[in-house]
Design a protein around this ligand. Structure first.
Ligand SMILES: Cc1cc2nc3c(=O)[nH]c(=O)nc-3n(C[C@H](O)[C@H](O)[C@H](O)COP(=O)(O)O)c2cc1C
Ligand code: SF4
Ligand code: SF4
Length: 287
């Protein structure tokens, strides 16, 4: 069996999830191919139809943002569907769809968000699962401090068990759509989705020029190319295409990125511990 997983990960948690899934799958003779979405945005239709032809299962993996999916993943999915739906008409063996998310605590039916778009194009989302790991959003306006390392390790162990269960349902071809019939969960998630634009509206990233060393790490790794260096004023500038992944905020070596108006004083600036010891952003974002 061959699974192709289109993955977006802002700060590495989802990347750890899909890599762990791949390792577990290998032991069961299931091949998992992982593609970082931000690296394939400019690929040709042929690239995607080729994947369609060789995949038994096509997967989407992303971090939960306000019980929903990141803009970059939504836009990518529309592009993917455009490419493969045409191909789909002429093929009888349609790949099934898997959605895998990583999250902090609560996502309601966040893994089911892409389902209607796939359904409209004739694809069946057969598995939609959330993996609780840890927080990556500790900013002055929304303080969800990073978990201590012991708690992260515990969550990783639980995640491995859940991923193993997911693989078993895939092998047995049984569907698993998390919280599909849990109406209170779905309602809270819906409320969260309604208020999510407000958070995006309230929080704007900017750079504290007194701290910034102009190392340009943030420019290099921003998945949406939303950060640039302005030569004339010798400063880092944010545009308006942010997918709110928290990558720049978490990787800035000198804590210079501000979220909202409040200052980035170190006591307020709590940064995520990378979930993988040797994690490097070059895996997600190749220039
Ligand atoms: C803008 C934003 C909104 C988030 N909303 C939620 C949420 O509603 N529920 C939740 O459990 N975690 C939420 N989180 C936490 C992330 O889903 C979680 O840390 C995820 O594992 C990050 O994955 P990544 O490292 O692959 O980017 C949010 C994070 C961000 C940046
Ligand atoms: S990563 Fe931080 S220090 Fe480096 S250019 Fe960006 S804001 Fe400045
Ligand atoms: S500006 Fe920062 S938070 Fe926004 S998309 Fe780029 S790296 Fe992510």
């Amino acid at each position: 069996m061959n699974i192709v997983l289109f993955t977006f990960s802002g700060t590495g948690n989802t990347w750890w999830t899909v890599q762990s899934f791949k390792d577990l799958a290998k032991k069961k003779d299931i091949q998992v191919e992982i593609l970082s979405i931000e690296n394939i945005l400019d690929e040709t239709p042929l690239f995607f139809t080729d994947i369609y032809d060789r995949a038994d299962i096509i997967g989407l993996a992303y971090p939960i943002y306000g019980s929903s999916w990141p803009h970059i993943v939504r836009d990518f999915t529309f592009q993917l569907l455009q490419h493969i739906s045409h191909h789909h008409c002429s093929s009888s063996d349609t790949p099934k769809i898997l959605v895998l998310t990583s999250m902090m605590l609560f996502s309601g039916d966040g893994a089911l968000v892409p389902r209607r778009y796939f359904k409209r194009n004739g694809f069946q989302v057969k598995w939609a699962i959330n993996i609780p790991l840890c927080s990556n959003i500790s900013i002055p306006i929304f303080r969800a401090n990073p978990y201590p390392i012991e708690k992260i390790e515990k969550n990783k162990q639980k995640a491995l068990v859940k991923l193993e269960q997911l693989l078993d349902t895939i092998i047995k071809e049984r569907p698993w759509l998390e919280h599909q019939y849990n109406l209170p969960y779905r309602f809270v998630a819906w409320l969260q989705r309604m208020t999510e634009p407000l958070l995006f509206h309230l929080v704007h990233f900017s750079v504290d020029p007194l701290r910034c060393t102009l190392c340009k790490q943030c420019v290099r790794f921003c998945p949406t190319h939303n950060i640039t260096y302005n030569k004339e004023i010798d400063r880092i500038i944010f545009k308006d295409n942010c997918t709110f992944c928290m990558r720049c905020y978490n990787l800035c070596p000198v804590y210079a990125i501000k979220a909202g108006k409040k200052t980035s004083l170190p006591p307020k600036y709590k940064r995520l511990e990378p979930i993988m010891k040797d994690f490097s952003y070059t895996e997600l974002h190749k220039e």
